[in-house]
Design a protein around this ligand. Structure first.
Ligand code: FES
Ligand code: FES
Length: 153
């Protein structure tokens, strides 16, 4: 038996997810909507691979029940820009940030939330905001790309 029909707005599109209310938003995005750019890492709000924006705020979607996202705009990596032209996407390519790539959607979404709040972040602000984990150790390039996107490098 399925749960309720939850009406969501994902990347500007109205969608319905027929799931239990405590289903993590991540599963709805990946399994119900096919938006597989958002990744599953730890499932425990630790790694940030699953980061999306809910109402403009970076959220770890593995740990947010879908019922907590109703009525708020949800943005995934697929919706960050129509044609990969977001300044962070351009900077990520220019700095060749990814290694295996698994954490990178979450990294970019966390960085996008940071730049929306602070258009020219300091190193300390970047460190504070970017708590996502990267097992390939791309942290130095992540920081460079954020600065490039912010016009600081
Ligand atoms: S999968 Fe969500 S924080 Fe790791
Ligand atoms: S690029 Fe491989 S985990 Fe970050």
């Amino acid at each position: 038996m399925r749960g309720m029909a939850y009406q969501l707005t994902v990347n500007g599109r109205a969608v319905v997810a027929d799931v239990e209310g405590d289903t993590p938003l991540l599963w709805v995005l990946r399994e119900e909507l096919g938006l597989t750019g958002t990744k599953f890492g730890c499932g425990a709000a630790l790694c940030g691979a699953c980061t999306v924006h809910v109402d403009g705020v970076a959220v770890r979607s593995c740990s947010l029940p879908v019922e907590g996202a109703v009525g708020m705009p949800i943005t995934t990596i697929e919706g960050l820009s129509a044609d990969r032209s977001h300044p962070l996407q351009a900077a990520w390519i220019a700095e060749q940030v990814p290694q295996c790539g698994y954490c990178q959607s979450g990294m970019i979404m966390a960085a996008a939330a940071l730049l929306r709040e602070k258009s020219q972040p300091t190193d300390a602000e970047i460190d504070e905001a970017m708590t996502n984990l990267c097992r390939c150790g791309t942290y130095v390039r992540v920081r460079r790309a954020i600065k490039r996107a912010a016009g600081l490098a």
